[in-house]
Design a protein around this ligand. Structure first.
Ligand SMILES: Cc1cc2nc3c(=O)[nH]c(=O)nc-3n(C[C@H](O)[C@H](O)[C@H](O)COP(=O)(O)OP(=O)(O)OC[C@H]3O[C@@H](n4cnc5c(N)ncnc54)[C@H](O)[C@@H]3O)c2cc1C
Length: 374
């Protein structure tokens, strides 16, 4: 659980809720190239949210609190949600594959306000871990790295000389390694998703987390995708909330066409919520780590949940834009930014493969559909 004992703060408490209001209020001002939500991150640290995923206890995830926290942050700001989701993912990888010493050290840093991230995506010059002068060094860089230049402790994948891929908890130095010049994005501008050059950065043996292949180890790698779906869900619900405000403000909320569209939008948003809640429960169930069948079922469910949430997001965007009309395309309207952020954040790796793998699980199964995930 994220809260592991009596007296420990829960992740979602009054301070967290208060902070979400500030985050939502600041989001429009941060919608610029090169922006990063430093104040929001400091607010999450002050509310105890950066430390929460690093608290001792087993299981790490509270199946209720974490989905709800990710959803609420996504509702307030999708760029902040992406950053927090990376922080949580890094915590889980260190917890799962790191040594007790690494977990303890990372927890200390998180409690002191350090932001973690997980950077895997790379281009042709991907990161390699090389032996040089008796020590270990990194060579190459990452692309699409959220919080590039801001994340204190990036957990990265690196190919080692023997050929495997290992996780390295890098210690960025003061050199100017981040490059945000390529992040001229349609949305998610404040996520500072840039490239980062790790060349010549020293690595100590204790910075290597787990062994070769751990990052891609299943079911955790695929089933963990429910977490970005939870952030996306927050953005989807926020769009419906903004449309309701607009329609009531204009006195258009009783028009039958608007009612029909809002009914469809609410249905799509609730569909996403049901998928996300169930995906989180199935993916974080205790038997998933121990049983290959449960693991395969969890991966399939989360793969399908990704598509369901994407569909809901795309549907809600077009319904809300049609209900509000041209105002939804004016830059000072929150829906304009929210749609750009959501449309951008809905782009996640290999969506077609996720759908087909989910479908393949169903086609392989001899159980009736209604019993596959029961
Ligand atoms: C805001 C934001 C922040 C991010 N932050 C991070 C981060 O901090 N760390 C990190 O590691 N990554 C990050 N990423 C990158 C992310 O993990 C994915 O790499 C990225 O979103 C993939 O998007 P894509 O549309 O290019 O995916 P793709 O997988 O390239 O999919 C695009 C299309 O190509 C299809 N496709 C995919 N593979 C094939 C194939 N082999 N053959 C044929 N068709 C194919 C897909 O089905 C889809 O239709 C971030 C992304 C975003 C949007």
């Amino acid at each position: 659980m994220l809260d592991t004992g009596p007296g420990e703060r829960r992740l979602i408490d009054a301070a967290f809720r208060d902070e979400m209001r500030h985050v939502a209020a600041r989001a429009a001002a941060l919608d610029e190239d090169g922006c990063f939500p430093s104040q929001d991150i400091a607010g999450l640290a002050a509310a105890g949210a950066l430390a929460a995923p690093f608290r001792a206890g087993d299981p790490v995830v509270d199946a209720e609190q974490l989905p709800e926290a990710l959803r609420r942050i996504g509702h307030a700001s999708l760029p902040l949600g992406r950053l927090f989701e990376g922080h949580v993912n890094a915590a889980m990888l260190i917890r799962r594959f790191g040594t007790p010493g690494q977990w303890e050290r990372a927890g200390r840093e998180a409690r002191a306000g350090a932001l973690f991230g997980i950077w895997n995506t790379e281009g042709a010059d991907g990161v390699r871990l090389v032996r040089r002068g008796g020590g270990l060094r990194l060579h190459g860089g990452k692309t699409f790295a959220s919080g590039a230049g801001h994340v204190d402790r990036p957990l990265i994948t690196a190919r080692c000389e023997e050929g495997g891929i290992v996780l390295v908890l890098a210690r960025p130095d003061a050199a100017p390694r981040a490059d945000l010049s390529g992040w001229k994005a349609h949305g998610m501008r404040a996520s500072a998703t840039g490239s980062f050059d790790f060349t010549d950065l020293a690595v100590e043996p204790e910075d290597i987390v787990g062994g070769p292949g751990d990052y891609h180890r299943q079911p955790f790698f695929s089933a963990g995708a429910w977490r970005f779906c939870a952030v996306q869900l927050g953005g989807i619900e926020r769009l419906v909330d903004e449309a309701r405000l607009f329609l009531r403000g204009r006195g258009r909320h009783e028009d039958p066409h608007q009612l029909a569209r809002m009914g469809e939008a609410a249905t799509a948003a609730e569909t996403a919520r049901l998928w996300v809640e169930r995906a989180a429960r199935i993916a974080e169930a205790e038997d998933v780590a121990a049983s290959p069948d449960a693991a395969a079922a969890a991966i399939a469910y989360v793969n399908l949940a990704r598509g369901a949430v994407e569909h809901s997001g795309l549907e809600v965007m077009q319904l809300v834009q049609r209900s509000i009309g041209l105002a939804a395309f004016l830059r000072d309207h929150p829906v304009e930014r929210l749609c750009r952020d959501l449309a951008t954040y809905l782009r996640q790796p290999a969506p077609d493969r996720a759908l087909c793998e989910g479908a393949a699980h169903i086609l392989r199964s001899t159980q009736p559909l209604g019993e596959i995930w029961r």
